[in-house]
Design a protein around this ligand. Sequence first.
Ligand code: ZN
Length: 161
Amino acid sequence: MELIPDTDPRLHLKCEPLNPRNPDFDLKSVLLDMFVLMREHNGIGLAAPQVGITKRFFVLQYEGESFICINPRVVKASKETQETGEGCLSYPGLTVPVRRPTVVRATYMEPSGLVRKHTFKGLLARAFLHELDHLNGVVLPDLLPPETETDVSRQHSGQTL
Ligand SMILES: [Zn+2]
């Protein structure tokens, strides 16, 4: 498994829901491969479209906790927000300041089909929202503030999600 190149139009598609009980591919092995790939790149999250699968799911891993989120939705987001430099495995070296809620209440399905509720905080909340953006075809370059578009810093100083 490899990351698709940043020129691949699949990164900009709105992904389709996934029925985890009846996927048309080997979901278990894809998920295993995604965790391996994410760890290889020291990422916190990886979304299916980043590996060319335009279905609504992603994986997260941070500080010993890992999550498989299928058909994820935000139920509630905190009013409190924070702006942090964000990186993306699909855009190596690009860091974009993105303001996001600090706490996110979310629902998603597990591979078994069980629906889960979880509250993500801090970096995991940020990662959840970053990966959810991927499922809607929204990628980091889309979040660049317009005035800095011609002056993109490619130095890596933020957190790679
Ligand atoms: Zn990303």
